[in-house]
Ligand binder design. Structure first.
Ligand SMILES: Nc1ncnc2c1ncn2[C@@H]1O[C@H](COP(=O)(O)OP(=O)(O)O)[C@@H](O)[C@H]1O
Ligand SMILES: [Mg+2]
Length: 256
């Protein structure tokens, strides 16, 4: 039977007068890939910031494996087994790819017992997994954008999370790089058995990868369901019509 790994209940987050999240509730089952979509400014990244403890919500609770983690500090939440990638990738440029990845391992659930050698071993294995093993000794600032996205994923994976939050890992990639990244994310699910929430604008990717999708619009959850249910939901289509590029992608998807 499906087991809930994460539940957010009634989350409200305000920035001054702006209601970035308005009583949002959803759940993620273990082993699932949940797509989190919505036009720019919908509150997607804010939701990740609430889940990972960067922001404290004004209302609502976040439960991870049944435990209330609302208001806990980000490093404590990371240690429980939640890691994330950032929409804007900022590796430590002067550190090597390997060192950047080791940082992930040192901040994960095993932070208190892990040795530097073990962290290096985990990092090297993760770099192999994401296809960056041959760049391990290179300063991170020399990586191109798709390599930086892979490094961001490697750092998050080195934390050995049970739940991985991906914030637009495909943004800025060309179509062939997108295809490779989708393959890699499948491998994360199938081989590492990590549950994922992916925020994504590349619609065919979410539609392909996600088991279920949650749609945010101006901070409100306007739809959730299977990719098919969501793609044909009139309120969802209408929300995207405000954003011509997204609307076009939606229409293309519907016509396929
Ligand atoms: N730290 C902040 N201070 C003030 N406003 C913010 C902050 N973070 C996000 N916002 C606002 O909250 C809304 C939701 O932003 P965000 O969660 O980044 O949207 P998305 O990731 O869906 O594009 C936007 O209007 C954004 O400008
Ligand atoms: Mg965002």
């Amino acid at each position: 039977m499906a087991r809930e790994i994460l539940k957010v209940e009634n989350i409200t987050k305000r920035f001054g007068g702006l209601l970035a999240l308005d009583h949002v509730s959803f759940y993620v089952n273990e082993g699932e890939i949940l797509g989190l979509i919505g036009p720019n400014g919908a509150g997607k990244t804010t939701m990740f910031n609430v889940i990972t403890g960067v922001y404290k919500p004004e209302e609502g609770r976040v439960y991870f494996k049944g435990r209330d983690i609302t208001g806990m500090k980000p490093h404590s939440i990371a240690r429980l087994g939640i890691s994330r990638t950032h929409q804007i990738v900022k590796p430590f440029g002067d550190l090597t790819v390997l060192e950047n990845t080791m940082i992930g391992a040192l901040f994960g659930p095993r932070h208190d017992t892990i040795t530097e050698d073990e962290a290096r071993e985990i990092a090297l294995s993760v770099l192999e997994f994401v296809g960056l093993r041959d760049k391990a000794e290179m300063p991170a600032r020399l990586l191109n954008i798709q390599e930086k996205k892979r490094l961001e994923l490697a750092r998050a994976l080195a934390q050995e999370p049970e739940l991985l939050l991906l914030d637009e890992v495909l943004a800025g990639l060309n179509p062939s790089e997108v295809a490779k990244m989708i393959k890699l994310l499948r491998k994360v699910r199938d081989e590492k058995k990590i549950t994922m929430i992916m925020i994504e604008h590349v619609m065919h990717a979410v539609m392909n990868l996600a088991d279920r999708i949650v749609v945010l619009h101006f901070g409100r959850l306007i739809a959730q369901g299977t990719p098919e249910e969501v793609a044909t939901n009139p309120e969802v289509v209408a929300a995207y019509l405000g954003d011509p590029e997204m609307a076009l992608k939606f229409v293309k998807r519907l016509r396929r």
